[in-house]
Design a protein around this ligand. Structure first.
Ligand code: GLU
Length: 304
C-alpha cells in the first residue's frame, strides 16, 4: 500500500483514539492545547509528501529537539561525546535523577533530560548563540526559514523547571556540565519550545533514513556510521520508558515529545511525523503511537 493510501486508512480508523489520554500540563503553557488534534506526514526520499489531518499545523516539538541537538553535538564531538553521555535505555522516567548519583553524573543516554542537558552544554560551548544554532539547523533540514521557538512556552517551562535545574546542578557537581547552569537551562527550554509541523519534521528527519545525507542536496550531515548509531538510539531509547513496547508494536526508530509529536523513519524510504497531543502514561502520544503501529502494519514496512 502506498503512503497516502495508508494515511487515508489510518485517518478513517484513528478517530476514536484521538483525544484519549492526557495533554501534558506540567509546563503551564502546554496545558491549553486541544487534545483533539491529529496530523501525520510521510516524506519519501523521492520528495513525495503524503499527509492527513493537521499535518501542516505547528506544535511544540519538546523532546524531539533532543534528537536534533544530539545530531549537532555528534557533528562537532564525534565519538568522544560518549565519554560524557551513555547509550543505554534508562528504565526510568525521562526526568528521573535516580541513576545520576550512582553513575557519577554521566546520564544513561542523550534522550532523557539529564543526557539532553549535557548535550545542550556541549552546544553552549560550541556556539555563540546556541538556541538559534538549533533553530537554524532545523530551518535548513526542513527547508523552512520561518521556523522559530515560542517565547511564551520557553518562559513557561523556564519558570517551572526546578527538576531540570536540580539535575543540571547535580551533573555540574560531577564536572560533567561546563557552562553556567542558568545558561544551559535557558538554552534547553528554548530548544524544547521550537514549533514545527508534521510535514516539516518528517522532512527534517529524512536524512536519517538516507545514511546521514540530505536526500535532496546530498550534503553529508552525519557519517553513515553516526547515522546508524542515532537510529539505534532512537529505537532503544527514543520513546521514553516504553521503548521496548514501542519497538514491539511499531518496529521503527522514533523520538517522541510531550507536545504529542513523534518522529520516525524507515531506512532508505521516508521520514515520518505524527502529532496528537493527548499522551499515554509513558509520555508518548496515544493516537500517534497507534497511528504508527497502523502504518507499519498496513504498509508491511519496518526495520525488521
Ligand atoms: N521540556 C520538557 C522537559 O524537560 C521536555 C520533555 C519531553 O518532551 O520529554 O520536561
Amino acid at each position: 500500500m502506498d503512503h497516502q493510501s495508508a494515511l487515508n486508512e489510518i485517518w478513517q480508523n484513528i478517530q476514536p483514539a484521538i483525544g484519549r489520554g492526557k495533554v501534558a500540563s506540567y509546563i503551564p503553557e502546554l496545558a491549553s492545547v486541544s487534545p483533539n488534534h491529529f496530523g501525520m506526514a510521510v516524506v519519501g526520499l523521492d520528495g513525495r509528501v503524503a499527509m492527513v489531518g493537521d499535518a501542516c499545523t505547528r506544535f511544540s516539538i519538546q523532546s524531539i529537539s533532543k534528537l536534533f541537538a544530539l545530531v549537532m553535538a555528534l557533528r562537532s564531538e564525534g565519538d568522544s561525546l560518549w565519554q560524557r553521555v551513555g547509550r543505554e535505555p534508562s528504565g526510568t522516567p525521562f526526568n528521573s535523577l535516580i541513576q545520576l548519583e550512582s553513575e557519577q553524573g554521566k546520564p544513561r543516554n542523550p534522550f532523557i533530560n539529564a543526557g539532553a542537558l549535557v548535550v545542550t552544554d556541549i552546544l553552549c560551548s560550541r556556539h555563540l548563540n546556541p538556541e538559534m544554532a538549533l533553530v537554524e539547523f532545523l530551518r535548513k533540514l526542513s527547508d523552512e526559514p520561518t521556523i522559530e521557538y515560542n517565547l511564551a512556552v520557553s518562559q513557561s517551562e523556564r519558570a517551572t523547571c526546578d527538576r531540570n535545574a536540580a539535575m543540571a546542578h547535580f551533573i555540574r557537581s560531577f564536572g560533567n556540565l561546563h557552562n553556567p547552569v542558568e545558561q544551559v537551562l535557558d538554552t534547553y527550554c528554548r530548544h524544547c519550545a521550537v514549533e514545527m509541523s508534521c510535514v516539516e519534521l518528517a522532512r527534517a528527519v529524512s536524512f536519517l533514513a538516507h545514511h546521514g545525507r540530505n536526500p535532496w542536496s546530498d550534503e553529508v550531515l552525519l557519517t553513515q556510521s553516526l547515522a546508524k548509531r542515532i537510529n539505534a538510539l532512537m529505537l532503544t531509547c527514543g520513546t521514553y520508558d516504553s521503548a521496548g513496547d514501542f519497538a514491539f508494536r511499531v518496529g521503527l526508530p522514533a523520538k517522541s515529545g510531550v507536545g504529542g509529536g513523534i518522529v520516525a523513519l524507515i531506512p532508505n524510504e521516508c521520514g515520518i511525523c505524527v502529532w496528537s497531543p493527548a499522551l499515554e502514561e509513558s509520555g508518548n502520544s496515544h493516537a500517534g503511537s497507534l497511528a504508527l503501529e497502523m502504518f507499519t502494519s498496513l504498509t508491511g514496512r519496518s526495520v525488521f
